[in-house]
Design a protein around this ligand. Structure first.
Ligand code: GLU
Length: 303
């Protein structure tokens, strides 16, 4: 393959999967645009999935606002918008399968108690020490469900970041699949839906790169194929923090959407010609699909 040319994948199905925690901002536009361009340049399908499984973090009206802005940008999706909150039964089915394989256990530890234990010698801060592996909480005790990761080593290739390896037990530990408050964890929901929607390619922000090992592990134990992953560099604010609602990102302004598209293309190292900067959205997007070069991101020293 020409190192500067597009990566071409037949039968491509991609997706954009925002959590409705706020309106689209420049950082989430970069992800949406990168995944849309990759799908369209591959003559593939691009699905829109709203990941509304964590109501306490969600913002009323955010899903509708994201959908409206994508539409106004010209980033049109295929088929109906899927709402993860309507698919909880699928996540429970996957949990049952994992329980049958004896990979899941109940955990009654509070965050505070985990912090306390994991600070002790012989433990790693932030890694669950496995306390509940060695006890059997009663069914009626409030509990989360964790998956065993002992000895799991995952290797995968990211289209931007190359060959990566993760030792789950030491780098992340037994992670939660269903929270004590009954909400399904992102790791489980994203893997089940990527499978159910037959996603072949995941293009998303590099802030999620270190979630990929956990997701690849779930895919392997659930018997799902692993999509091809490509992580895009994240947009940082002036303080070097990932741009997000919490770090002061401004919602995209309806009046400046073509400027935002042009800037997002520049951020993605696509070198759009200056003359395109005042063009209508459709023209910018047409140029961007025909000239999409993911290798330019890969070669820009993003890691
Ligand atoms: N819902 C996640 C987010 O908005 C993205 C999930 C994914 O692309 O895997 O950060």
């Amino acid at each position: 393959m020409d190192s500067q040319g597009p990566d071409l994948f037949p039968g491509y199905i991609g997706r954009f999967a925002p959590s409705p925690t706020g309106p689209l901002h420049f950082g989430s536009l970069v992800t949406a645009l990168g995944s849309w361009l990759d799908a369209r340049a591959n003559k593939g399908t691009w699905l829109l999935r709203i990941e509304d499984i964590d109501p306490p973090r969600e913002h009323p009206g955010a899903a509708d606002s994201i959908i409206r802005t994508l539409d106004a940008l010209g980033l049109h999706w295929d088929g109906d918008v899927v709402y993860q909150g309507q698919r909880l039964a699928y996540f429970d089915q996957a949990l049952e399968l994992l329980a049958k394989k004896q990979l899941v256990y109940r955990c009654i530890c509070s965050r505070k108690s985990i912090r306390k234990i994991s600070r002790k010698p012989g433990h790693t801060a932030g890694i669950y020490p496995g306390t509940c592996l060695r006890r059997t909480p009663e069914n009626d005790q409030a509990h989360s469900l964790r998956i065993k990761t002992s000895g799991v080593r995952i290797e995968y290739t990211d289209r931007t970041y190359g060959e990566l390896t993760e030792n789950l037990a030491t780098e992340c530990g037994d992670f939660i699949l269903k929270r004590r408050d009954g909400l399904h964890a992102y790791q489980l929901a994203v893997v089940v839906d990527d499978f159910r929607q037959a996603i072949t390619h995941v293009v998303r922000g590099a802030d999620l790169l270190d979630n990929t090992g956990r997701q690849a592990y779930l895919q392997s134990v659930l018997g799902y194929p692993r999509p091809v992953y490509m992580h895009l560099p994240v947009v940082l604010n002036s303080a070097g923090k990932k741009l997000s609602k919490q770090t002061g990102a401004h919602p995209l302004a309806d009046t400046g959407l073509s400027d935002s598209l042009f800037s997002a293309l520049t951020f993605l190292r696509q070198n759009p010609p200056a003359g395109l900067s005042k063009a209508p959205n459709t023209e910018i997007l047409e140029w961007a699909v025909s000239n999409w070069r993911p290798s330019l991101i890969r070669h820009a020293g993003v890691a």
